[in-house]
Write a protein that binds this ligand. Sequence first.
Ligand code: UD1
Length: 419
Amino acid sequence: MDKLIITGGVPLQGEIRISGAKNAALPILAATLLADGPVKVGNIPHLQDITTTMELLGRMGVELVVDERMNIEVDCSTIRELFAPYDLVKSMRASILVLGPMLARFGEAVVSLPGGCAIGSRPVNLHIEGLVKMGADVHVEGGYIHAKARRLKATRLVMDLVTVTGTENLMMAATLAEGTTVIENAAREPEVVDLANCLNAMGAKVSGAGSDSISIEGVDALFGTRYDVLPDRIETGTYLAAAAITGGHVRIKDTQPRMLEAVIEKLREAGASVEVGDRWIELDMNGSRPRATNIRTSPYPAFPTDMQAQFTSLNVVSDGTGTISETVFENRFMHVHELQRMGADIQLEGNTAVIRGVNRLTAAPVMATDLRASASLVLAGLVAEGDTVVDRIYHIDRGYESIEEKLAKLGARIRRVPA
Ligand code: UD1
């Protein structure tokens, strides 16, 4: 297994560009199953989760052509199998996103249940319940969801809680349903909006995405199109936090500051000067130590759970005591134990981490447990004294494109050591 070795102590300086958003690319690739013609998707990040999605579609018989700039053309006319196997779904939960499109377009789908994961039980009951309300016949047997429907019927879906992929799955299913579906208490994440924009480019009639009430007027067919994925706000936030933790000064290009208001607010509270333009963000810490902040994760537009671990690291070396409350996932503090091994002073009280800032962290061998937890360990390594070795970095490769190259471009002393 590859490892990252980071020698801490360099304030990050310079400029990098942000890749396309993983969490928009995944549903958009799933949405190509709905189209009658080929869909060309651009600005796709080069990530393990994208490879997994391509393998999933490929095993179904879908034809995929990738060019050297990571534009992927997907043609579903050759589909043979309406099946998502356990070995792929367990390695990437977002595979569940093929359920709604397959069922809506082909009337049938067999998709493995994802099971638990490192950050909690993460059920998909709301995906299933929504499809049942739209008239699907669904049963779970042998660990698989078996779904059938002649044509889904529009209805009003009031979601019990805000779920991102749940909203996306049901929105995709509704594009080909009979009548107008309304999803209430819908997720408002920018990636939901990006998916809606792509679906509309394919001929769907989705309105209200970005609000908590999405309306989808069903159409008879969707068509091929070309669509570019929006920039990754979590990758953006991670590099901003990396600059802040090192006392650095960076400019992040090809991003959308509007999607990061809650994160930028907290960075300013931590003492950073942050300037934004239309497609860029510049952060300057002026070499100073961050101040502790209090954070509570919640669905968009509040502070994202996918930035929680990185801000835990920031608080670990900040001046003062800060709290981090995780309200979205039940068990998303695995990084805390690794950070403690580097000298962090963190106490866990239920879903809240109380963090007393320390003056220094010392390098240690640490283990990545999930995608964003891994990023927090890299951030800690950037300021720790000595060489931090981060093991199991396949978690990082699922969601950060060329992380060591981008950090090295900002001056970090980081290298990948192959297994
Ligand atoms: C998506 C993101 C992930 C992010 C998360 C929350 C993708 C591919 N992944 O994950 O990076 O951390 O949103 O912003 O976009 N829940 C249920 N029943 C369901 C569905 C969800 O109880 O049927 C619960 C979950 O266990 C969790 C909460 O709802 O506690 C929110 O989860 P959800 O928004 O569904 O997360 P994902 O869509 O899996």
